[in-house]
Design a protein around this ligand. Structure first.
Ligand code: FAD
Ligand code: UDP
Length: 399
């Protein structure tokens, strides 16, 4: 292996080939070329190779596998996530079972506090949030009545503003959601689909978990190790630092799975699909702990970052120091988030129609299907594409 960061694992070629496919790839023949070694690409590589015996070339233009879920030890030996905090949660037993073939788990329930009015209070808004912010001592029924008295329901909930104002009223909306959303997306919540802020529920009880899913856990040895185990198969060849453009014509393959941005695949034919980016500032501080929970959100607009992550809460690692990541939203940079709003959905539909009519190419994952998907949803999407592919092969195999 020539990839230091992923350690011992699958055979990984990390060629420095100056924009051309390395010669050995040109000599080989592959059943499938898979572009992108994140969840979408890795699940399909694993299934096609292990279950159907296909020869797969998996490429990524980054120097590592794992896509945005990539984690690694930093210079201080602390396990961090290069692209921001990734917490695994799902209601899908098949998805959890599938990934459990490649990793053991550490139970972890994610908790988030928001800095509002100089206090650190639970987000999602719950009973404690209301009582602490307003100096009250309401029970559940009391909080329900309080929020109902504040809420300004709209007839048709369309935007990310409507969702929150309709549930908790304008004041709490402005304290917790308006500034955070404007920073994160560069858009006012009134311009974003309701699905964005609807990711965060409102509660009247004391449940302070960020997610309510049945399964909530972290891969015991990290995401990268889990990906290494998935991809450790003789039929899978991995080429890192390798862009699709450099190998498209030179590597012989029958079929293609593309998990990068769909507009890029089609040379931006209908124009650029907006993706939101982030800049991450990673740092280690020389103290054992920095903040009481894994993530603290900063909704105030006069603070540049949206949130700070302290990984030891997520990973369970013991260490005298602690590693943090600050997130600064940005229009420029790697595409991380599709931007859910009606015009973008319409533009995506044009690309989707083109994708659907492109033979022998399948588009899957968060960037290629322009969906604000969590990891488990991408795994589910990839497994269901796999089922269709396997069925078309005439087999009766299931994932
Ligand atoms: P990606 O992980 O983006 O992988 C696509 C890969 O394709 C990339 O590695 C890219 O380099 C490669 N690629 C693209 N184009 C090309 C090309 N032309 N040639 C070669 N390679 C190419 N989900 C959760 O479930 N829980 C969380 O807590 C969570 N937190 C998140 C926090 C942040 C800051 C972000 C950005 C996302 C978070 N997610 C979370 C979502 C999660 O990252 C995605 O659901 C998942 O990683 C998507 O997998 P994917 O394979 O579709 O895409
Ligand atoms: N959000 C907010 N304030 C918060 C948390 C979330 O306004 O304290 C909004 C914001 O628009 C954010 C969206 O809800 O982009 C979804 O939040 P989530 O934590 O799911 O975002 P992700 O982890 O995907 O970045």
């Amino acid at each position: 292996s020539v990839n230091d960061e992923t350690g011992s694992g699958p055979a990984v070629a990390s060629p420095n080939h100056g924009g051309r496919a390395p010669a050995y790839l040109g000599r080989a023949r592959f059943d499938w070329l898979i572009v992108g070694a994140g969840f979408a690409g890795a699940v399909l590589a694993e299934r096609l190779a292990r279950d159907l015996g296909k020869r797969v070339l998996l490429i990524d233009r980054r120097p590592h596998i794992g896509g945005n879920a990539y984690d690694h030890l930093n210079d201080d030996g602390l396990l961090i996530h290069r692209y921001g905090p990734h917490i695994f949660h799902t209601n899908s037993a098949p998805v959890a079972d599938y990934l459990s073939r490649f990793t053991d788990w550490r139970p972890y329930e994610h908790r988030v506090l928001a800095q509002v009015d100089g206090l650190l209070v639970p987000i999602p808004i719950n009973r404690n949030t209301v009582n602490r912010l307003y100096g009250l001592n309401l029970d559940e029924a009391g909080v329900e009545a309080f929020l109902k008295s504040k809420a300004e329901p709209v007839e048709t909930v369309r935007s990310s503003e409507d969702v929150v104002v309709g549930a908790v009223g304008r004041e709490l909306y402005e304290k917790f959601f308006r500034g955070y959303t404007r920073k994160q997306w560069g858009l006012d919540p009134s311009e974003l689909d309701k699905s964005v802020t609807a990711r965060v529920p409102t509660r009247t009880n004391d449940d302070d978990r960020y997610f309510a899913d049945r399964f909530q856990m972290m891969p015991l040895h990290g995401y990268t190790r889990m990906f290494e185990n998935m991809l450790d198969h003789p039929n899978i060849t991995i080429a890192l630092n390798t862009d699709y453009r450099t190998v498209a014509r030179e590597v012989r393959h029958d079929r293609l799975i593309f998990t990068g941005p769909v507009d890029e695949y089609f040379d931006f034919r209908f124009g650029k699909l907006p993706y939101r980016s982030l800049r991450f500032r990673h740092e280690t501080v020389k103290q054992e702990w920095f903040q009481p929970v894994g993530v603290v959100n900063y909704p105030a607009e006069d603070v540049a970052h949206t949130r700070i992550t302290e990984y030891k809460h997520l990973t369970g690692q013991s260490h005298a120091r602690t590693a943090l990541t600050y997130e600064y939203p940005s229009a420029e940079g790697d595409p991380y988030y599709p931007v859910p709003k009606p015009e973008n959905a319409a533009l995506y539909r044009q690309y989707q129609a083109l994708a659907d009519s492109t033979p022998n190419v399948h588009f899957v994952g968060r960037l290629a299907t322009y969906r604000y998907y969590n990891m488990d949803q991408v795994v589910g999407q990839a497994l269901s594409l796999y089922s269709r592919l396997a069925e078309a092969e005439g087999g009766t195999r299931a994932a």
